[in-house]
Design a binder for this molecule. Sequence first.
Ligand code: FES
Length: 107
Amino acid sequence: MSDRFERVGSTSELGDGDRLSVILGDEVSALVIRIADDYYCVEDVCTHDGQPMTDGELNGCELTCPRHGAKFDVRTGKALCMPATQPVETFEVEIRGEDIFVKYPND
Ligand code: FES
């Protein structure tokens, strides 16, 4: 298995606190989230019961699953409260000029 970067969008699409839904490698749903001048990417699947978190509330770096209220730190993926106990997967983000690239595992 190798990793590669994929262009997923432009920085002009995201203001502070905004998110962008992307598909990595045609199969992994993920959210790119901008917080101030930093960009993060997390898999868009709650580890509690598989809910997409596309519409989850974002407070600072905490993303809340809209289904049962689990919170995740988008910087690390760490589950911050029940009912989730496992971290959500995170992906490295690289900004090249105005382009947003995300690194994801590729078979
Ligand atoms: S599915 Fe996300 S908290 Fe239950």
